[in-house]
Design a protein around this ligand. Structure first.
Ligand SMILES: C[S@@+](CC[C@H](N)C(=O)[O-])C[C@H]1O[C@@H](n2cnc3c(N)ncnc32)[C@H](O)[C@@H]1O
Length: 250
């Protein structure tokens, strides 16, 4: 908790996004990713593999855009910067690994934006010049801060808010896929809770009832190993990887 707090205090994010809760969420993610480094490694390797495959299949290589770039743990930035003339990293809060990466590599630019506003936000200006757009483990995260914001005010979030935000992001990717050569999507879809015997004790739809097409690659992400949320339970997310979202939607 102390590490998450320190990481969010030190993040030089705009006050508006800080107030909404994105910087706090980024600090929590950063701290958890370091605690769960070993458990997350296989998932991060699979996600990077999907993004690299998408990048290598993109013929025009002027500009790659990564939505939800975060800590860059699942983003093969070295490959993207080698293959493309420039790389834009878009997130509501850029933690220090992304800031350092952008400082070290002149091809890499940071764009701070709230992506949940569909295609109406200023971040879409970047996407119109892109050849490759990657949505990197962002989709299921989009509803979290808006739902928390309602609950923090003692109000229940509108029942369709989560579904609306997931649907709006997929619609934005569909629209972008008509304009750019390739769109790559990585998203977790379902969370299951398991006990030490391997029995599923609970499960949750992370996409709020919105369905996605079958993916070329699927894998498990042990997001909270035993000990992270309790001694006798762990959380596992099912992840879908699409190197070509346009083809998957057909
Ligand atoms: C699970 S992380 C993605 C993992 C990330 N690709 C990495 O390697 O660390 C989700 C990211 O989405 C970002 N995010 C969540 N909601 C957002 C929004 N409305 N607009 C922009 N970024 C958002 C978070 O700040 C976080 O960095």
């Amino acid at each position: 908790m102390l590490l998450a707090w320190a990481l969010s205090v030190l993040n030089p994010a705009p006050l508006s996004l800080r107030r909404l809760g994105y910087v706090r969420q980024s600090g929590l993610l950063h701290a958890r990713s370091r605690r769960c480094r070993a458990a997350w490694a296989p998932h991060l390797a699979r996600a990077r593999g999907v993004i690299t495959a998408a990048a290598e299949s993109t013929r025009q290589r002027r500009h790659a855009v990564v939505l939800g770039s975060g800590l860059l743990d699942d983003v093969p930035l070295g490959d993207l910067a080698r293959l493309f003339d420039r790389v834009s990293l878009v997130d509501a809060a850029h933690p220090w690994p992304a800031r350092l990466a952008a400082r070290r590599n002149a091809k890499v630019a940071l764009v701070t934006a709230d992506i949940s506003a569909g295609l109406s936000g200023s971040w879409t200006d970047r996407c119109t010049s892109a050849d490759l757009i990657v949505s990197a483990n962002l989709l299921s995260q989009l509803p979290l801060v808006p739902i928390d914001a309602h609950e923090a005010r003692g109000r229940e979030a509108p029942p369709r808010l989560g579904a609306h935000l997931v649907d709006a992001h997929l619609a934005a990717l569909d629209a972008l896929a008509r304009r750019v050569e390739r769109v790559c999507l990585i998203t977790d879809t379902v969370q299951r809770e398991e006990d030490r015997t391997g029995r599923t004790t609970d499960s949750r739809d992370l996409l709020f009832g919105i369905t996605v097409p079958p993916a070329e690659a699927t894998w498990d992400w042990e997001i909270a190993p035993f000990g992270e949320i309790g001694r006798s339970h762990r959380l596992i997310h099912r992840v879908n990887g699409y190197t070509d979202w346009k083809a998957a939607r057909r």
